[in-house]
Design a protein around this ligand. Sequence first.
Ligand SMILES: Cc1cc2nc3c(=O)[nH]c(=O)nc-3n(C[C@H](O)[C@H](O)[C@H](O)COP(=O)(O)OP(=O)(O)OC[C@H]3O[C@@H](n4cnc5c(N)ncnc54)[C@H](O)[C@@H]3O)c2cc1C
Ligand code: SF4
Length: 344
Amino acid sequence: MNKKVIVVGGGVSGMTAAGALSELGMEVVLLEKDDHTGGHAGNWDRLFPSRRPGKEVIDFIEKSMSSTVEIRCGSRVTSIDRNTEGFTVNLHNGDPLTAESVVIATGYELFDARKKEEYGYGIYDNVITSAELEAIFKEGRQLVTHNGKTPQRVGLIHCVGSRDEKVGNLYCSKVCCVTGVKQAIEIREMLPGCEVFSFYMDLRMYDRNFEELYYEAQQKWGVNFIRGRLSECAENPDHSLILKTEDTLTGRPLKMTVDLVVLLVGFVPRPETRIISDMLKLQTGSDGFLSPVDEHFKDNSTSVPGLFLAGAVKGPACIVNSIADARATAVQVKAYINGEMVKW
Ligand SMILES: Cc1cc2nc3c(=O)[nH]c(=O)nc-3n(C[C@H](O)[C@H](O)[C@H](O)COP(=O)(O)OP(=O)(O)OC[C@H]3O[C@@H](n4cnc5c(N)ncnc54)[C@H](O)[C@@H]3O)c2cc1C
Ligand code: SF4
């Protein structure tokens, strides 16, 4: 029997699935559209909640992919066909590839903050995203305003593109609250003289050591948390920014001037994954992310036999959950290829 498996997407989920499948004796090809593996997690400097260097985690996963995994970067998958033999995976360049089973691990995209025009991203120079702040930390650059000054006040805005009916995304992106708390601490670490204000609807510190990080942010680092949704960001002639919010704890409208605004952008489904999944008639949720056939018992399986899902392609997830999910997918794939029934 052909035991070849193609994993589409070389982020933490795809790399983990590929490594585990190779350990389980499969012949694995990992297809990644970019010129390197790592996905989004490869862009993060230090990870929440422990602030472990992101590189350490990526390096570990890369090393744990045995040399038997054939990694093909620069390989964008454009469509997948199911036939009696298995699958044909089509690329934007190069010949199609065939396999017995396919894992879709194409992850997510960041919400395009320009769609929240009232927040000024792409209009005002001193409005950046959480991903751009990560890049500043990762490259070891100093955090400065557009004209090179040290900011005295920074505002972090939660739920940008998530939990927002206006942009059509009702879901919570899960990781941006803790990312915001981590980044608030990191700004204070870098610039002790800079005041940091976090504007949130409610804080979703759902996992182990998240709540502790939130306490640390307040007690050790003096980060100010303001319960209120930003309605508008406007620019002063000196390029500082006026934030207009309502403090929902006191019920009072609030106006504050800051030098820099960081938008905590959420997860959105990738349009190109949607094209592939529509061709295969895969289920998606109301959020647009791919859905498994059973959310409790077959949460890595699709309605197409032999086609599996791993990681954030199913919706917002942290790295720990993406790794665990990808490992579970590998076990399911092996069982499918060996013709075994998974009873648990
Ligand atoms: C600002 C921010 C900070 C974060 N910080 C943390 C943190 O500190 N700790 C933590 O646990 N989590 C963090 N996360 C979450 C983390 O990014 C995700 O858990 C992780 O990226 C999910 O990995 P993935 O492999 O499922 O998806 P992705 O990272 O999106 O990887 C998918 C891969 O598939 C590739 N791909 C897509 N389409 C195709 C195609 N058609 N053909 C071939 N390849 C394709 C992509 O290029 C990409 O490499 C953060 C998220 C954000 C937004
Ligand atoms: S994790 Fe926090 S910031 Fe992100 S969408 Fe959910 S509530 Fe908003």
